[in-house]
Design a protein around this ligand. Structure first.
Ligand SMILES: CCCCCCCCCCCCCCCC(=O)SCCNC(=O)CCNC(=O)[C@H](O)C(C)(C)COP(=O)(O)OP(=O)(O)OC[C@H]1O[C@@H](n2cnc3c(N)ncnc32)[C@H](O)[C@@H]1OP(=O)(O)O
Length: 218
C-alpha cells in the first residue's frame, strides 16, 4: 500500500474470523431474513398483552437455543481476512450489507467496471427519523459503508477519517432508493470518495464526501 505506515503502535487489529461455506451462509441468511421480519413485526404489532407475554417467552427460548453454540466473533464468507481490506468485502455480518445481520436493510452492492459501487435498497419504519422519513444517521451509515467500499474497490481501503453529508431532500421510507459512490482522488494514504442517495424519481436526497485513511495494522 503506497505510503502505508510502518511505525510502532498499531491502531487496528485484524481479528481471526471463521470463514463459512456458501451453504451455511445461505442457512444463516434465511434465519436473519426471518429475524428482520420479526424486528419489523415487533414494532408494528397490535397484539394483546397476554399474547405478547407468551411470544416474549418463545423468542427468549429461541435466542437461548441459538446462543448455546456461540462464536466469539461474527463469521465471514470465503477466505476471511486474507488480504487487508479485501476481506472486509466478505463481512456478511455488516450492519449495512450483511445478509447475516438482521439490522442490515441489507444493501446488496454492485461493483461496477468503472470502479464505482451502487446499491438499491428500501428502508422501512425500523429506520424512521422524522415521521415517515429515513433517519439521517441511518442514511449516513449507508453512505459511509458505500463510500468505504468504493475506496476498498479502488485498492485503497481505509477507516473513515471524515464524512460530510448534505441533506438536500427528505429520504422517504418504503420506496426504492439508490445509493452510489466512487473514488474522487488519492493522496498517499488518504482516499477521497464521493457519493449520493437518490429517491425513486431519481432526485438526489443526500450528497456525501468522505476521506478514508489506511490504518496501521496490528
Ligand atoms: C484493513 C484495512 C482497513 C479497513 C478496510 C475497510 C475495507 C472495507 C470497507 C468496508 C466499508 C466500511 C466503511 C465504514 C468504515 C468505518 O466505519 S471506519 C470507523 C469510523 N472511523 C474510525 O473509527 C477511525 C478513527 N480514527 C482513526 O483510527 C485514525 O484517526 C485514522 C483515521 C486511522 C488516522 O490515523 P493515523 O493513521 O494515525 O493518521 P495520521 O498519521 O494522523 O494522519 C494521516 C493523514 O490523514 C490526515 N487525517 C487524519 N485524520 C483526519 C481527519 N479526521 N480529517 C482530515 N484529515 C485527517 C492527516 O492530516 C494526515 O495527512 P497527511 O499529513 O498525510 O497529509
Amino acid at each position: 500500500m503506497p505510503g502505508a505506515r510502518t511505525s510502532a503502535h498499531p491502531i487496528f487489529t485484524v481479528q481471526p474470523r471463521e470463514p463459512l461455506d456458501e451453504r451455511r451462509v445461505e442457512h444463516l441468511s434465511a434465519l436473519a431474513a426471518e429475524v428482520r421480519r420479526l424486528n419489523e413485526a415487533t414494532v408494528h404489532t397490535a397484539l394483546p398483552e397476554e399474547e405478547l407475554t407468551e411470544l416474549t417467552a418463545q423468542v427468549r427460548a429461541l435466542t437461548d437455543r441459538l446462543d448455546a453454540a456461540r462464536r466469539a466473533f461474527p463469521p465471514v464468507s470465503g477466505d476471511g481476512y486474507t488480504t487487508p481490506g479485501e476481506g472486509m468485502l466478505q463481512q456478511i455480518a455488516s450492519p449495512v450489507t450483511g445478509e447475516l445481520n438482521p439490522i442490515a436493510p441489507p444493501c446488496r452492492i454492485e461493483f461496477l467496471e468503472d470502479g464505482s459501487v451502487r446499491t438499491e435498497f428500501t428502508l422501512n419504519f425500523l429506520y424512521e427519523g422524522p415521521p415517515g422519513l429515513a433517519h439521517g444517521g441511518v442514511s449516513a451509515m449507508v453512505l459511509d459503508q458505500l463510500l468505504g467500499l468504493a475506496a476498498n474497490n479502488n485498492g485503497t481501503p481505509g477507516l473513515t477519517a471524515s464524512l460530510e453529508l448534505r441533506y438536500r431532500r427528505p429520504t422517504p421510507l418504503g420506496q426504492r432508493l439508490t445509493a452510489e459512490a466512487r473514488i474522487d482522488r488519492i493522496e498517499g494514504r488518504k482516499a477521497y470518495a464521493v457519493g449520493r442517495i437518490l429517491n425513486a424519481e431519481g432526485k438526489v436526497t443526500i450528497e456525501a464526501t468522505a476521506m478514508f485513511v489506511m490504518p496501521m495494522l496490528g
